[in-house]
Design a binder for this molecule. Structure first.
Ligand code: OOB
Length: 537
């Protein structure tokens, strides 16, 4: 069944990707089932609540699939899943895959404003949350969301459910009715970092995503022996699939879940579980490189540290191998598809100074100028891409799709890059109205719209400012209506509107008017320069 509003590949491309054996007709439900048969009692996940084997996970998934069906969930239904790094995350998503329902992957850090949008926009039938996590009460948030989103029939809670449905009650011993799932069906919706307003939803199919796992596993040499430590929130594409936790399952390896990235949590897990592989964003890599100097954990099992999600500076990149005695792999990817990796046998120069090259020989990339003409080799331009696991359009976003994709199906990444002579990508900047706060993406317009709702705000423009640790932080320039408020009051206002904490501007600057471009638009470039100058004093 084709889910409405999900653009797909033209048939000549789909045929080609099948012919080339990229798309092999596998589905996620079959993938776990076959691994459960093959690996049986082998542990698939180790977490702070214990261990679960491949066979037991499959059993739990089938029980939950039955429970989901009993409450009326069906093929094609959307279900917003907002769970932290716990076994329940896997049970939930694979149960949904089995009945053909589509997880919509929210992050634990999302709040009312985002979760409501995901539920509303995807017309979700259910929302699945923890009771509390990292000090936040998800039940009160869900209560509000449920009142406002008409389609939302169920709120399912891992833990103390109060008025809602406890997840635990949905594991049933009666068999579930398997749905016929076509490998070219959309399997789930991922979130875009966004640049215009609210996050867009990204439809990924079984065929395309499983290909990205298989190819990632080949490039990253993931095997049954691999032990993958998840320190980033696993709903994000990087720890989910590059090769991440799903790649680990595909390979028959073992996942170790950490609830956070702190060296205290992670280093002891690496030692105890003999972790071989892990992935992080640059600020965590910087923190780990500092921390490792003063600690004596045995990290000798570690073979690879992947760093991606935001630009990793060459200075920091150089320190990884000497500090940890393991390989560094830079990863430049996007939830829309394309993932670039440095290769393990690349010279140090490449590993430290580039963000890798496309993982698939069928990834097509172009670097273009403002008129979509290819720039001369080595020059900076916008990266466009098309390929066997890069979407052809966002979910129900025709107007936006017309701008974000070329007529011949290339995705406009909004990243400014150049290629070195070996064809490796170096990320030089961004041509999208987004802030990359240590890997967490903030769409300026989304925050601006919230700011405009404040009675003292006449106009607002949100830009990035350099930060030694996060790479970038966010700064809101505001033209006041009359008296200007304390910056703290503005931040509190956004918090109360239920905006995720990472999107709340790190700094607020009051200004009388915005500098303009030649065309009379707000010049964000000049605003960035302004704040940069202020910071350097
Ligand atoms: C990953 O995915 P998203 O969807 O959160 O963000 C994608 C954007 C890219 O377009 C680029 O602007 C930025 O994040 N980015 C990087 C980068 N990796 C991602 N910018 C500079 N250097 C890098 N290494 O962030 C993502 C998805 C899969 C794997 C890895 C990262």
């Amino acid at each position: 069944m084709h889910v409405e509003g999900c653009p797909t590949w033209p048939s000549e491309f789909a045929d080609f990707y099948r012919q080339q054996n990229c798309w092999r007709g596998e589905t996620f439900a079959e993938m776990l089932k076959s691994r459960a048969i093959q690996y049986g009692d082998k542990t698939v996940i180790t977490s702070n609540t214990g261990e679960i084997s491949y066979a037991h996970l499959q059993e739990r998934v089938e029980q939950l699939a039955a429970g989901f069906q009993q409450v009326g969930m069906e093929k094609g239904d959307r279900v917003v899943v907002q769970l932290p790094n716990e076994v329940a995350f896997f049970e939930v998503i694979f149960a949904l895959f089995n009945i053909g329902a589509l997880p919509v992957f929210a992050l634990p850090s999302h709040r009312y404003s985002e979760v409501r949008h995901f539920c509303e926009f995807s017309e979700a039938k259910a929302l699945i949350i923890p009771d509390t996590y990292a000090g936040f009460d998800y039940l009160s948030m869900a209560e509000l969301v449920k009142k406002e989103v008409r389609t939302l029939k169920h709120v399912i809670v891992e833990g103390d459910a109060e008025q809602f449905v406890p997840l635990l009650k949905l594991y049933k011993d009666t068999p579930f009715v398997p749905s016929t799932i076509h490998p070219s069906d959309v399997a789930f919706l991922q979130l875009s970092g966004g640049s215009t307003g609210l996050s867009k939803l990204i439809p990924r199919t079984h065929d395309d995503y499983i290909y990205s796992l298989r190819r990632s596993n080949e490039v990253c040499a993931l095997t049954e022996e691999s032990v993958y430590l998840a320190v980033l929130p696993i709903a994000h594409n990087f720890p989910l699939s590059s090769p991440g936790v799903l790649g680990t399952i595909y390979a028959g390896g073992r996942i170790v879940l950490s609830s956070g990235p702190s060296p205290d949590q992670a280093f002891s897990l690496i030692e105890k579980e003999r972790v071989t592989f892990t992935a992080m964003v640059p600020p965590i890599a910087i923190m780990w490189t500092e921390a490792v100097k003063n600690r004596h954990d045995d990290l000798s099992s570690l073979e690879v540290i992947q760093v991606g999600g935001a630009k990793f500076s060459a200075e920091s990149a150089k320190r990884i191998q000497p500090a940890f005695g393991c390989k560094l792999q830079q990863v430049f990817g996007m939830a829309e598809g394309l993932v670039n990796y440095t290769r393990f046998d690349d010279p140090e120069e490449i590993i430290v100074h580039t963000q890798g090259r496309p993982m698939s020989p069928y990834d097509e990339i172009r670097v273009v100028d403002e008129d979509d003409q290819d720039v001369p080799p080595g020059e900076v331009g916008e990266l466009l891409t098309r390929g066997p696991y890069t979407i052809r359009g966002y979910y129900k976003a025709d107007e936006h799709n017309a701008k974000s994709f070329t007529d011949d199906g290339f995705y406009r990444t909004g990243d400014l890059v150049r290629l070195n002579k070996e064809g490796y990508i170096i990320v030089e900047g961004r041509d999208k109205d987004q802030i990359n706060r240590g890997g967490e993406k903030i769409a300026a317009e989304e925050v601006e719209n919230h700011l405009l709702a404040h009675p003292s705000v006449f106009d607002a423009a949100v830009v990035s400012m350099p930060d030694p640790y996060l790479g970038e932080r966010s700064c809101a320039f505001i033209i006041p209506k009359g008296e200007h408020q304390a910056s703290q009051e503005i931040r509190k206002f956004l918090h109360e509107r239920g905006l995720a904490a990472y999107k709340i501007p790190d700094r607020v600057e009051w200004i009388n008017s915005f500098p303009q471009t030649a065309l009379g638009k707000v010049s964000k470039k000049k605003l960035r320069q302004l704040i940069e100058e202020q910071l350097s004093h």
